[in-house]
Design a protein around this ligand. Structure first.
Ligand code: 5RP
Length: 227
Protein backbone atom coordinates (compact mmCIF):
# COMPACT_ATOMS: atom_id res chain seq x y z
CA UNK A 1 0.00 0.00 0.00
CA UNK A 2 1.37 3.45 -0.87
CA UNK A 3 1.79 6.17 1.77
CA UNK A 4 -0.99 8.11 0.11
CA UNK A 5 -3.35 5.13 0.36
CA UNK A 6 -2.37 4.66 4.02
CA UNK A 7 -3.14 8.32 4.69
CA UNK A 8 -6.63 7.91 3.25
CA UNK A 9 -7.16 4.96 5.63
CA UNK A 10 -5.82 7.01 8.56
CA UNK A 11 -8.18 9.89 7.77
CA UNK A 12 -11.20 7.56 7.46
CA UNK A 13 -10.42 5.92 10.82
CA UNK A 14 -9.80 9.28 12.50
CA UNK A 15 -13.03 10.83 11.27
CA UNK A 16 -15.03 7.76 12.31
CA UNK A 17 -13.55 8.01 15.83
CA UNK A 18 -14.63 11.64 16.12
CA UNK A 19 -18.25 10.44 15.79
CA UNK A 20 -17.84 8.97 19.31
CA UNK A 21 -17.16 12.41 20.78
CA UNK A 22 -20.20 14.00 22.42
CA UNK A 23 -20.91 17.41 23.89
CA UNK A 24 -19.34 18.13 27.32
CA UNK A 25 -16.89 15.25 27.14
CA UNK A 26 -13.30 15.44 28.32
CA UNK A 27 -11.31 13.97 25.45
CA UNK A 28 -7.73 12.69 25.44
CA UNK A 29 -5.86 13.62 22.29
CA UNK A 30 -3.15 11.20 21.23
CA UNK A 31 -0.23 12.05 18.99
CA UNK A 32 0.88 11.32 15.46
CA UNK A 33 -0.15 11.61 11.85
CA UNK A 34 -3.43 9.68 12.28
CA UNK A 35 -4.54 11.72 15.28
CA UNK A 36 -3.75 14.81 13.19
CA UNK A 37 -6.87 14.08 11.10
CA UNK A 38 -8.99 13.59 14.24
CA UNK A 39 -7.85 16.92 15.70
CA UNK A 40 -8.59 18.71 12.44
CA UNK A 41 -12.12 17.22 12.41
CA UNK A 42 -12.65 18.06 16.09
CA UNK A 43 -11.50 21.61 15.37
CA UNK A 44 -14.22 21.93 12.71
CA UNK A 45 -16.82 20.63 15.16
CA UNK A 46 -15.67 22.89 17.98
CA UNK A 47 -15.99 25.88 15.68
CA UNK A 48 -19.47 24.59 14.88
CA UNK A 49 -20.45 24.61 18.57
CA UNK A 50 -19.19 21.31 20.07
CA UNK A 51 -18.28 21.92 23.71
CA UNK A 52 -15.41 19.70 24.87
CA UNK A 53 -12.29 19.90 27.01
CA UNK A 54 -9.20 18.03 25.90
CA UNK A 55 -6.01 16.65 27.42
CA UNK A 56 -2.97 16.54 25.17
CA UNK A 57 -0.28 13.85 25.02
CA UNK A 58 2.53 15.87 23.41
CA UNK A 59 3.77 19.36 22.62
CA UNK A 60 2.97 18.79 18.94
CA UNK A 61 -0.63 17.84 19.72
CA UNK A 62 -0.98 20.82 22.07
CA UNK A 63 0.14 23.20 19.33
CA UNK A 64 -2.22 21.67 16.78
CA UNK A 65 -5.19 21.69 19.18
CA UNK A 66 -4.49 25.32 20.07
CA UNK A 67 -4.30 26.31 16.43
CA UNK A 68 -7.69 24.60 15.90
CA UNK A 69 -9.25 26.56 18.79
CA UNK A 70 -9.80 23.42 20.91
CA UNK A 71 -9.98 23.93 24.68
CA UNK A 72 -7.13 22.22 26.55
CA UNK A 73 -6.83 21.36 30.20
CA UNK A 74 -4.09 19.65 32.20
CA UNK A 75 -4.41 15.99 33.06
CA UNK A 76 -4.58 16.78 36.76
CA UNK A 77 -7.34 19.34 36.34
CA UNK A 78 -9.27 17.05 34.00
CA UNK A 79 -9.70 14.15 36.43
CA UNK A 80 -11.13 11.15 34.60
CA UNK A 81 -11.09 11.43 30.83
CA UNK A 82 -14.23 10.21 29.04
CA UNK A 83 -12.63 9.12 25.81
CA UNK A 84 -9.15 9.13 24.31
CA UNK A 85 -8.44 8.88 20.60
CA UNK A 86 -4.94 7.77 19.74
CA UNK A 87 -2.97 6.09 16.98
CA UNK A 88 -0.73 3.03 17.22
CA UNK A 89 2.21 1.58 15.35
CA UNK A 90 1.01 -2.02 15.50
CA UNK A 91 -2.04 -3.64 17.02
CA UNK A 92 -3.14 -7.24 17.39
CA UNK A 93 -6.66 -8.62 17.72
CA UNK A 94 -6.16 -9.16 21.47
CA UNK A 95 -6.12 -5.37 21.81
CA UNK A 96 -2.40 -5.22 22.54
CA UNK A 97 -0.32 -2.70 20.69
CA UNK A 98 3.02 -1.03 20.15
CA UNK A 99 3.08 2.73 20.44
CA UNK A 100 5.77 5.39 20.63
CA UNK A 101 6.90 5.61 17.03
CA UNK A 102 6.37 9.35 17.45
CA UNK A 103 8.05 9.36 20.87
CA UNK A 104 5.00 10.29 22.95
CA UNK A 105 4.45 6.89 24.59
CA UNK A 106 4.85 8.00 28.21
CA UNK A 107 2.20 10.73 28.19
CA UNK A 108 0.06 8.60 25.87
CA UNK A 109 0.06 5.74 28.37
CA UNK A 110 -0.71 8.04 31.31
CA UNK A 111 -3.62 9.59 29.43
CA UNK A 112 -4.86 6.18 28.24
CA UNK A 113 -4.84 4.78 31.77
CA UNK A 114 -6.77 7.85 32.97
CA UNK A 115 -9.49 7.29 30.36
CA UNK A 116 -12.80 5.48 30.62
CA UNK A 117 -12.59 4.49 26.97
CA UNK A 118 -9.70 4.30 24.50
CA UNK A 119 -10.21 4.30 20.75
CA UNK A 120 -7.24 3.51 18.55
CA UNK A 121 -7.23 4.64 14.97
CA UNK A 122 -4.98 2.90 12.46
CA UNK A 123 -4.68 2.28 8.77
CA UNK A 124 -5.45 -1.37 8.05
CA UNK A 125 -1.77 -2.33 7.48
CA UNK A 126 -1.09 -1.87 11.21
CA UNK A 127 -3.32 -4.78 12.24
CA UNK A 128 -0.95 -7.72 12.77
CA UNK A 129 -1.05 -11.29 14.10
CA UNK A 130 2.08 -10.85 16.24
CA UNK A 131 3.59 -7.63 17.56
CA UNK A 132 7.26 -6.84 17.10
CA UNK A 133 8.00 -6.22 13.47
CA UNK A 134 7.73 -2.54 14.33
CA UNK A 135 10.70 -1.76 16.64
CA UNK A 136 9.46 -1.47 20.22
CA UNK A 137 10.11 2.02 21.67
CA UNK A 138 11.26 2.11 25.29
CA UNK A 139 11.73 5.40 27.17
CA UNK A 140 14.94 5.61 29.21
CA UNK A 141 16.31 8.11 31.74
CA UNK A 142 19.46 9.66 30.19
CA UNK A 143 21.42 9.28 33.46
CA UNK A 144 23.23 5.93 33.18
CA UNK A 145 21.67 5.02 29.82
CA UNK A 146 24.71 3.00 28.70
CA UNK A 147 24.18 0.47 31.47
CA UNK A 148 20.52 0.08 30.50
CA UNK A 149 21.51 -0.28 26.86
CA UNK A 150 23.93 -3.09 27.75
CA UNK A 151 21.34 -4.91 29.86
CA UNK A 152 18.80 -4.79 27.04
CA UNK A 153 21.45 -5.95 24.57
CA UNK A 154 22.18 -8.90 26.85
CA UNK A 155 18.49 -9.81 26.64
CA UNK A 156 19.04 -10.11 22.85
CA UNK A 157 16.47 -7.40 22.18
CA UNK A 158 18.66 -5.45 19.72
CA UNK A 159 18.26 -1.89 21.04
CA UNK A 160 19.09 1.12 18.88
CA UNK A 161 19.24 4.59 20.43
CA UNK A 162 16.80 6.82 18.59
CA UNK A 163 18.39 9.78 16.84
CA UNK A 164 17.08 12.80 14.99
CA UNK A 165 19.39 14.63 12.58
CA UNK A 166 22.35 12.60 13.95
CA UNK A 167 21.69 13.80 17.52
CA UNK A 168 20.02 11.84 20.31
CA UNK A 169 16.26 12.20 20.20
CA UNK A 170 14.76 13.49 23.46
CA UNK A 171 11.11 13.05 24.44
CA UNK A 172 8.91 15.86 25.77
CA UNK A 173 10.02 14.67 29.24
CA UNK A 174 13.71 14.94 28.34
CA UNK A 175 14.27 11.18 28.12
CA UNK A 176 15.87 8.96 25.48
CA UNK A 177 14.16 6.32 23.37
CA UNK A 178 15.66 2.92 22.62
CA UNK A 179 13.99 1.17 19.67
CA UNK A 180 14.11 -2.59 20.21
CA UNK A 181 14.34 -4.61 17.00
CA UNK A 182 12.74 -7.78 18.26
CA UNK A 183 11.04 -9.24 15.21
CA UNK A 184 8.31 -10.93 17.24
CA UNK A 185 7.12 -10.25 20.77
CA UNK A 186 6.07 -13.73 21.95
CA UNK A 187 4.48 -12.63 25.22
CA UNK A 188 3.78 -8.86 25.28
CA UNK A 189 2.77 -8.81 28.95
CA UNK A 190 5.91 -10.62 30.10
CA UNK A 191 8.15 -8.47 27.95
CA UNK A 192 6.60 -5.29 29.33
CA UNK A 193 7.12 -6.48 32.92
CA UNK A 194 10.68 -7.64 32.29
CA UNK A 195 11.70 -4.34 30.72
CA UNK A 196 10.08 -2.27 33.44
CA UNK A 197 12.05 -4.12 36.11
CA UNK A 198 15.24 -2.54 34.74
CA UNK A 199 16.19 0.51 36.76
CA UNK A 200 16.36 3.44 34.32
CA UNK A 201 13.47 2.28 32.13
CA UNK A 202 10.65 4.80 32.42
CA UNK A 203 8.01 3.19 30.23
CA UNK A 204 7.62 0.82 27.32
CA UNK A 205 5.61 1.22 24.15
CA UNK A 206 3.74 -2.01 24.87
CA UNK A 207 0.13 -1.11 25.58
CA UNK A 208 -1.43 -4.27 26.93
CA UNK A 209 -5.19 -4.57 26.74
CA UNK A 210 -5.64 -0.79 27.02
CA UNK A 211 -7.59 -0.11 23.83
CA UNK A 212 -11.36 -0.70 23.97
CA UNK A 213 -12.13 -0.04 20.33
CA UNK A 214 -9.90 -0.26 17.28
CA UNK A 215 -10.95 1.57 14.15
CA UNK A 216 -9.07 0.39 11.13
CA UNK A 217 -9.30 2.46 7.98
CA UNK A 218 -8.82 1.26 4.44
CA UNK A 219 -9.62 3.66 1.61
CA UNK A 220 -12.82 5.41 2.57
CA UNK A 221 -14.21 2.60 4.68
CA UNK A 222 -13.60 1.56 8.27
CA UNK A 223 -13.79 -1.58 10.35
CA UNK A 224 -14.76 -1.07 14.00
CA UNK A 225 -13.40 -3.78 16.28
CA UNK A 226 -14.92 -3.76 19.76
CA UNK A 227 -13.35 -5.56 22.70
C1 5RP B 1 3.32 8.35 19.08
C2 5RP B 1 2.46 7.18 18.83
C3 5RP B 1 1.60 7.21 17.63
O1 5RP B 1 0.29 6.98 18.01
C4 5RP B 1 2.05 6.14 16.69
O2 5RP B 1 3.42 6.32 16.45
C5 5RP B 1 1.27 6.15 15.40
O3 5RP B 1 1.67 7.25 14.66
P1 5RP B 1 1.04 7.61 13.25
O4 5RP B 1 -0.40 7.86 13.48
O5 5RP B 1 1.82 8.83 12.84
O6 5RP B 1 1.29 6.45 12.32
O7 5RP B 1 2.41 6.23 19.56
O8 5RP B 1 4.07 8.16 20.24
Amino acid sequence: MTQEEKNIGKKSAAEKAVEFVKDRMTVGLGSGSTVFFAIKKLGEQVRGGLNIKTVSTSDTTTQLAQSEGIKLTSIDEAGEIDLTIDGADEVDRSFNGIKGGGGALLFEKIVALSSKKNIWIVDSTKLVDKLGKFPLPVEIIPFGYKRVFKLIEEMNLNPVIRKKNDEFYFTDSGNLIFDLHIGEVRDPEDMDKELKLINGVVETGLFINIADVIISGRNNSTEIINK
